[in-house]
Design a protein around this ligand. Sequence first.
Ligand code: AMP
Ligand code: MG
Length: 393
Amino acid sequence: MISVNQAIAIVESSVEPTSQTEYIDISKAHRYVLRNDIVSEINMPPFRQSAMDGYALCLHDDFTYKLVGEVKAGDPINPIVKKGECVRIFTGAPVPDTANAVIMQERVSVDEDCITIDRAVKSNDNIRPAGEQVKKGQTALKKDTLLTPAAIAFATSLGVTEVAVYKKPSIAILVTGNELIKAGKSLQYGQIYESNAVMLTSALIGVGFNKITNYKVADNYKDTLSLLKEIISNHDMVLVSGGISVGDYDFVGKALGALSVTELFYKVKQKPGKPLFFGKKENKIIFALPGNPGAALTCFYIYVQLALQKLSGNAAYTATKLKAKSKSAFTKKGDRAQFLKASYQLDGVEILDGQSSSMLHTFATGNALVYVSEECNSIKINDEVEVILLPIS
Ligand code: AMP
Ligand code: MG
C-alpha cells in the first residue's frame, strides 16, 4: 500500500494540463486559467489621473493660487493652467497637461477665486501617471494566471472582453449502491438517502467546476460495466462513489479492470479513504472514491481537487496548509496516516468528535483537516499540528 505523499505525488505527476482551449467572456472567467499572455492595448491609467478630490496646480513659489476652472471625472477637457493658477479637480478626473501637482482639498482654504495651500507640494504629487499600472504593448497578465476577481477586473479595465483559457473538464459522478434512494421518498428498512452526489457536486462547484453529470447504478456487475464504459468515453473525469472496496457486491474495481483503465494506485495508507482508486484511460481521469461519505469528501479535497487544478492549467495549486496549536488531544490507532475533521480558528485547531469515515455530523461544522502522519502516534494539547484548510468559506 502506498503512502499519502506517494499518492499525492502520483496524482501530480500523472495529470497534465488539458490541451483544449476555451474562449469565454471575461465575466464568466472566474477560476479559469489563462492560456495566453494578455498584452495591454492601452495605457492603464489611460491618462494622467487625479488621485484626490482637490486642486490641480501649476506650481509656483507661493502658497496662494488663482482658481481658473474645474475638471470632473469623465470631463473630456484639458484646460490651460498657468504658473500660479489651479483648477478644482476630482478623483479620477484627467489632470490638465499644464498642471503638475494635485493637492487634496483638506489642505486648502478657499477665498472666492483664490485658494491657499497649507504646505509645500512636490511636482507630481497625487497624480497617477498614464500607464502607471501597465503600458500599451506590455504584458498585463501572464499565461497560466488563475483568473481571480482582481485579475478579471484588471483585464476588463484594459478593455479585454474575451479570454482564452484552459478548458474545464466535463465531470461524471457515478454513485453505486442498492441501498441508496433519493431524498424526498420515504425510507424503507435497509435504505439510506443518497448524499454523495450532492456532496461531490457542491464540492466541485465550490472550487470552480460546474460541468457535472450525475449517474447512478445498482450493485450489479453488468450494469456497472456498461455504464462506466459509456461515461468514461463521454467525460474527461469520472468520480465513482462506493463499490470500490472488497465486499462481494463491490464491482467497480473489476469493471475498471475490464475496461482497461490503467491503475495508477489502489489503496492508500490513510484513514479515512484507504480503498481509494486512481487511474487513467488515455487522457481520461478516473477516481473511485470510497462510499463512506466522510472518506469520499476527504479524498475529494486531498486528491480530486489537486487533479482538477492540474488538469485545468492551475499548475501552481497546492492545498492551503498551515501549522496551528491543537486544542485537543488525540491518540491514533494503527499505523495509517490520518486526516482528522477539524475546526480551525486563529487561536488553534480543535479536532472534532466523530472521526469515523462514515460520519458527516461533525464534518458538517468543520473547516479543516488535521494531518497526522504515519509516524505520529498521538497529539497532545498545544502540540503544533499540520492543518489543511478546506476551500469552503
Ligand atoms: P461502499 O464503499 O459502497 O462499500 O459504501 C460504504 C458505505 O458508504 C456504506 O455504508 C454505504 O451505504 C455508504 N454509501 C455509499 N454510497 C453512498 C452515497 N452515495 N451516499 C451516502 N452513503 C453512501
Ligand atoms: Mg456499496
